[in-house]
Every structure is written in structure tokens, then in C-alpha cells.
Design a protein around this ligand. Structure first.
Ligand SMILES: Cc1cc2nc3c(=O)[nH]c(=O)nc-3n(C[C@H](O)[C@H](O)[C@H](O)COP(=O)(O)OP(=O)(O)OC[C@H]3O[C@@H](n4cnc5c(N)ncnc54)[C@H](O)[C@@H]3O)c2cc1C
Length: 448
């Protein structure tokens, strides 16, 4: 039997970061990662859509194995098949038994396939993080003209936008009144939808895919309105469910959102077994209630908490804020924290502001784009609860700034006086700087 101090199952976003953090905090520990992907075949999960347009091949979208080997982390290509918590061993598909002191489950999520007739036809695909699967999809796309994407969340939109770059006819089918409605307020959803339509992508909202049509291969999609859409390929993008089979078989507790239950330190119901990322239960930073947010940035954050906590509790997880951005054409939209709708839904009385300014100064600077920031503050405490932004290429990092303000529970007055830097090429002008300007506008409303 092999023995390691720290055994991590999963080698994509969360697993390696947990390993590197363990190495930083416990420099003499033997750290081992087991993962299913072969050498040099771990896909950058968030880069999947870009394989189909911008980047071109799976080989250009790989997390290097040097991330592990360069940090003195052993890795094993194998599948963990069971955990014996009493003996503290993990059995693998190749017949190995590996002993551990501390075990980290970073086994991710599984794409949800909606249970409608035809979901097993040839040319029905989903967002699987697997090189062979992606290559098969790329090959299939060579003979395809019409694609229906079921699900108008950010993953569906990113695939639609990238597949459009191949000259395909794309239609998105979304059952809610708007695409991205689970993550943005309505007016920001409209910005994204307008951009999709401008790019020639069909957007059908408030409709459900009822059946995928075809004898052996996809020929179309029937909607609950009776309308039939022509399709050679269907892409299901309706999210992931936590991968918990291994944990369930080992008798670990499962949480309300069906993720592996963890405490504020990332420990499962067994104190020597931790869970992070898409497989683990989450709670909201704001309400402390279970949250369905599953992102690579969250997986890596949890990995940094758990990696430090393995042999002594050092870091506490305050819950997920939820920060991310996406791009359609050349327009970025992003969010940190709660939308106005989500904040009100959670019982907060809020004050909002919505400001616009060019993202460079003066606005005549080449490449300047209008930048819009909507901020949400809690009326009672005046603390910032969320921010949404749309504009050009700087959206992603502005979202991260907002996330830092939220995590530090800054009040509108503190946000209005936070010290920022500006430069004509990189940022909006210091005079109408949108985050502080938005906070001043909200303060004006709070005073009244
Ligand atoms: C198309 C797409 C775009 C996305 N874009 C973004 C984005 O822009 N920003 C963002 O923050 N998030 C994004 N996400 C979400 C993000 O990809 C996930 O949240 C993230 O990958 C979760 O990381 P993880 O480590 O928990 O799990 P995963 O990345 O799913 O990795 C799971 C790992 O576990 C291994 N594994 C599973 N079972 C076993 C077993 N039994 N034995 C051995 N190994 C096992 C797998 O081989 C894999 O290595 C996107 C997701 C998709 C699908």
C-alpha cells in the first residue's frame, strides 16, 4: 500500500490549488493528487467555450502539469473508486490502495442532462471537461449548420458566441424571461441579449425545449409552444450537479443543495476528509443560507482555505460572494455579490445607483468604451451588497475590486472615499470614477 500525508482527489481547478497551498503551509508533507485526466490533458475548465472559436484546439487550453511537479506534488492518473474512512485508504480503478492522513475531495460536478425525449440522440452534447469528448464535438461540428443551445446562462451564451465565430446558425432556448436572469438584474440581461441578437444569434426566452427530434441523429428541437427549430446539433448548457457518489458511498453527509456537506473550515462530516469546489456544499456570504453558486474562482478560494487548514484550523470560509464576468462579442458584463432582485428577495431593503462613464479618459482615447456600474447598498447598514458592470475589457478586474469592497463590508461612505489609481489608457477619469461616483449617488439617496 502507498501512503501519503495529504491525498487530493481531483486535478482541475480546486485540487491543484489545494495541493500548492498544502505545500506552502506544510512544507515537509507528502502531497499526492489523483485525477482521471491523462498527462497534459487537464483542460482549463473556463476556457472550454473558447476552444470552438478564439483558441481553436483543446491543446491550447491546458492547465500545465508543471503546476504540480514544480511544487513537489506527486500525481497519479487513476480513478478513485472508494474510500475506507476507518482504514484511511482510497482504492483506485487500477487496483491501488493509497493511505492518507488527510483527504481532500475536489471531484467537481457533472453536467445536467435534462430528461426530455431525444436527449440520447447522436449529436446531443454538453460542456464536458474531457479532451476526447471535445475533439469528437469539434469533428462533429465540421458537418453541422444549425445549433440549438438549451440554457441561456453564461456558459450557454459563451458557447453561442464562440460557435457563431464558425459561421453556424445558433439559437438559444431559455425558459426564464431573460438569459442570465439568475445572475443579473433585468436591464443588464437585456444588454447581453441585445448584443447576442446584434451578432445574429437567435434568442428565444420564456420557452422550454420539450423534445429533441430525430431518428438516430438530432434533426430539430420541439418547444413547449409547439414551434420546431431545425438543428443538426443540440448543446445542453443548464449547469452542473455536485459529483457526490464517492462521498455518499463513504457515508459522508450531503447538504441541502446536494453538495458534500462541509463546515466553515471545509471539513466534511469526517474531520480528516475535506471537500472543495463544485462537489462541495456552499453557503452565501450574505445570508449564510445554502448557495448554488459553483465557479472555478470559488473552488480555488476554498482550496486555499482547506489547504491551510489540513493540520490545524487557520482559515475560515465566510461564504460565497459570487464574482464573475463574461463577454459577448466585445462587450463584457460582470457581477460581484447580490443583484438588486436577489438582495430584495433575501429580505434586504436596498438603495442603488447606476452611473456611466467612458472606460478611458478623455473619452476620445482610442478604444474607449462606455462603462456602466450599478451598485447595491443595504439601507440599514449602508454596506455594499453587490455591483454589476458592463463595458469593455476591464469588466473582469472591476468586478474583482467590487468583490474586495463587499468582502470587507465597506459602507457607501468608505466606498466613496476608497483610494484608487487612474491612467488615461487604463481607467475612467478620476473625476467621475464610477465606483466612487456610484457610492456618492447612493449616499445622496440615503440622506434623503
Ligand atoms: C464551459 C464552462 C465555462 C466556465 N467558465 C467559468 C468562468 O469563466 N469562471 C469561473 O469561475 N468558473 C467557470 N466555470 C465553472 C468552473 O469550471 C467550475 O466551477 C470548476 O471547474 C470547478 O472546479 P473543481 O476543481 O471543483 O472541479 P472540476 O473542474 O470539475 O474538476 C474535477 C476533477 O476531479 C477529477 N475526478 C472526479 N472524480 C474522480 C475520481 N473518482 N477519481 C479521480 N479523479 C476524479 C476530474 O478528473 C477532475 O480533475 C465554467 C464551467 C464551464 C463548464
Amino acid at each position: 500500500m502507498d501512503k501519503t500525508d495529504v491525498l487530493i482527489i481531483g486535478g482541475s481547478a480546486g485540487g491543484p490549488v489545494a495541493g500548492i497551498t498544502a505545500r506552502r503551509h506544510y512544507k515537509d508533507a507528502k502531497v499526492t493528487v489523483i485525477r482521471k485526466e491523462k498527462q497534459g490533458q487537464v483542460l482549463v475548465p473556463c476556457g472550454l467555450p473558447y476552444i470552438f472559436g478564439t483558441v481553436g484546439t483543446p491543446e491550447k487550453n491546458i492547465i500545465p502539469d508543471a503546476l504540480l511537479t514544480g511544487n513537489n506534488i506527486d500525481f497519479l492518473v487513476d480513478e478513485a473508486t472508494s474510500i475506507d474512512r476507518g482504514a484511511k485508504t482510497v482504492a483506485t480503478a487500477s487496483g491501488k490502495s493509497i493511505g492518507y492522513d488527510k483527504l481532500v475531495l475536489a471531484i467537481g460536478g457533472l453536467p445536467i442532462i435534462i430528461p426530455i425525449p431525444g436527449n440520447d440522440l447522436e449529436n446531443v452534447f454538453c460542456a464536458k471537461k474531457d479532451v476526447d469528448y471535445i475533439n469528437a464535438l469539434l469533428k462533429t461540428l465540421e458537418g453541422v449548420k444549425d445549433v440549438v443551445i438549451i440554457g441561456g446562462g453564461f456558459i450557454g451564451l459563451e458557447f453561442a458566441d464562440e460557435l457563431k465565430k464558425r459561421g453556424l446558425n445558433i439559437t438559444i432556448v431559455e425558459m426564464l424571461p431573460h438569459c442570465l436572469q439568475l445572475v443579473f438584474d433585468e436591464d443588464f440581461c437585456s444588454v447581453a441579449e441585445n448584443k447576442l441578437r446584434e451578432r445574429g444569434i437567435g434568442v428565444k426566452t420564456k420557452v422550454q425545449a420539450e423534445a429533441i427530434l430525430g431518428k438516430t441523429k438530432v434533426e430539430g428541437v420541439r418547444l413547449n409552444t409547439g414551434e420546431e427549430l431545425k438543428a443538426d446539433l443540440v448543446f445542453m448548457c443548464i449547469g452542473v450537479r455536485p459529483n457526490t457518489e464517492l462521498a455518499q458511498k463513504a457515508g459522508l453527509k450531503i447538504g441541502e443543495t446536494k453538495g458534500i456537506w462541509v463546515d466553515d473550515y471545509g471539513r466534511t462530516s469526517d474531520e480528516d476528509v475535506f471537500a472543495i469546489g463544485d462537489c462541495a456544499e456552499k453557503k452565501s456570504f450574505f445570508t449564510k443560507k445554502p448557495s448554488n453558486l459553483r465557479l472555478a474562482s470559488i473552488a480555488c478560494n476554498e482550496a486555499r482555505i482547506v489547504g491551510a487548514n489540513l493540520f490545524g484550523l487557520k482559515r475560515r470560509n465566510e461564504g460565497v460572494i459570487g464574482s464573475f464576468a463574461t463577454i459577448i462579442g466585445d462587450s463584457g458584463v460582470g457581477l460581484a455579490g447580490l443583484t438588486e432582485m436577489a438582495a430584495k428577495g433575501a429580505g434586504f431593503e436596498v438603495v442603488t445607483s447606476d452611473v456611466k462613464t467612458p472606460d478611458k479618459h478623455p473619452g476620445s482615447m482610442p478604444g474607449a468604451t462606455e462603462f456602466r456600474v450599478k451598485l447595491i447598498f443595504e439601507r440599514a447598514t449602508q454596506q455594499i451588497l453587490g455591483g454589476q458592470v458592463c463595458g469593455g475589457g476591464t469588466v473582469g478586474e472591476v468586478v474583482n475590486v467590487l468583490s474586495a469592497l463587499i468582502q470587507n463590508r465597506m459602507t457607501a461612505d468608505a466606498v466613496a472615499t476608497f483610494q484608487y489609481g487612474t491612467h488615461p489608457f487604463f481607467t475612467p477619469s478620476p473625476i467621475p470614477y464610477p465606483i466612487v461616483n456610484g457610492a456618492e449617488v447612493a449616499l445622496g439617496k440615503l440622506r434623503n
